[in-house]
Design a protein around this ligand. Sequence first.
Ligand SMILES: *Cc1c(COP(=O)(O)O)cnc(C)c1O
Length: 370
Amino acid sequence: MSAEFIPAAKPIIGDEERAAVDRVLRSGMIAQGPEVAAFELEFAEHFVNGRATVAVNSGTSGQHLGLLAAGVGADDEVIVPSFTFAATGNSVALTGATPVFADIDPQTFSLDPDSVRAAITPRTKGIMPVHLYGHPFLVDQIEAIAKEHGLAIYEDAAQAHGASWNGRPAGTIGDFAMFSLYPTKNMTSGEGGMVTCATDDLARNVRLLRNQGMETQYANEVIGFNARMTDLHAAIGRVQLTKVDAWTAQRQANAAALNAGLAGIAGLTLPYVAAEAVHVYHQYTIRVDAAERDGLRDALKAEHNIGSGVYYPIPNHRLPSLAHFAPGLELPETERAASEVLSLPVHPSLAAGDVDRIIAGVTAVLQAGA
Ligand SMILES: *Cc1c(COP(=O)(O)O)cnc(C)c1O
């Protein structure tokens, strides 16, 4: 095995990012300041048609503060998927509210409208769908349910920079949306998050909660956090913003090449893309039989030097941290997805021959097992 290892994800940091950090370091002002303010405006213009946008120190902080700013608290329930990163349910639980786990649609891996309906109670305040893997959630159906029952939508857009549904960008659909800027996401600031808000009032509340409850220095209005982004991180993010569209196009081209090369392999389901959707391929996720999945992952690494990932192996309603919210709950599509999904490398730093190696590796392993 001589070929170089192909990692499942790889952040791209160039000379421009290094120069931007150096510029901020030399300025002597390294905490939250003008770089963050500029990054917020540029991010808002780039992704969410100029919606009021607040930068924070992580996606998780953004989700937590967004929910608090939207008034979610101890008496409330928020419907979330179980098939997601734990931050989705955690952020609801951290407000004191109850995360109520619903099942997923097997094609998009996002909230199943029927399961959402069945989870509604008099305490339900909102629905927090996830644009999982960079494919938008089923926007029309979830919006119709929210409207019918008077519920808010809070978007988990952590993986969905640039995704859209019928031309509506991820991050412009809910009362607020959270984007993550963690290194493995479609663009990064090191750590960081953005909260895009439907109203200026909501954005003001997030700003207060981000900075000890103050808008004016030492005139603290509410009890808040320190969830500020630094200018060092914002400087990285601003450069990444100028590159992210090209990276997304490369992800989409890589996905198309993987689709073409993997089509027709028995027992393998390719990623689904709804007719209404622009998919930004944070992950390129196939399904294989549960009995073969872990063997495929291990053989890709051991025999072909190719990384891959299972996102996510344990449904959130089964996690030791969150299971007490869902005693005895059965979510069949969630359980099935957790045992069948495998995400192959799709990131924009794949070299020309890497996609061919991934196709050849997957084909060889699955055909040897057949
Ligand atoms: C990454 C991620 C988060 C959390 O974002 P951080 O920036 O890591 O705090 C939340 N939800 C989903 C679906 C994610 O992928």
